[in-house]
Ligand binder design. Structure first.
Ligand SMILES: [Zn+2]
Length: 133
């Protein structure tokens, strides 16, 4: 049985999901697919300038896995720009998290805290160590 793939965390869920070179008729157009988590990797590494280590943490993947995701993303985008291809942004294996941050509350000790950036599906309470969902 294949190991279930761990979901990557993304913050952005873009409205625009298709980029097309101007003046190329659709029937003549070739396209590359860019998974949503690849777009997120470009955003974190190239727009926010995070290290692979830090960006991997944000997406809930290892540094090495992040490196592979961002490399594949850059290859697809470069291919599209160089060859005049369209880019289709499509779903991958991801879990969307809130960009505005997420509030957590521990019923055990009544401690309240916030995780900035919206990353964090569940956490341990910083006060008593109980796991919060
Ligand atoms: Zn607690």
């Amino acid at each position: 049985m294949p190991r279930p793939k761990k979901k990557r965390w993304v913050v952005s869920d873009p409205d625009v999901r298709y980029f097309k070179p101007r003046g190329v008729p659709l029937r003549a157009l070739e396209e590359v697919g860019l998974a949503l988590e690849e777009l997120e990797a470009l955003r974190l590494a190239d727009m926010e300038g995070l290290s692979h280590e830090e960006a991997g943490k944000r997406m809930n993947v290892s540094r090495a896995t992040f490196g592979r995701i961002v490399q594949s993303a850059r290859r697809s985008v470069a291919q599209a720009l160089v060859n005049g291809m369209a880019i289709r942004i499509e779903g991958g294996d991801y879990l969307r998290v809130a960009p505005e941050g997420k509030n957590f509350f521990c019923r055990n000790c009544n401690r309240e805290w916030k995780i900035p950036g919206g990353y964090g599906h569940f956490k341990k309470c910083p006060e008593c160590g109980k796991t919060i969902y």
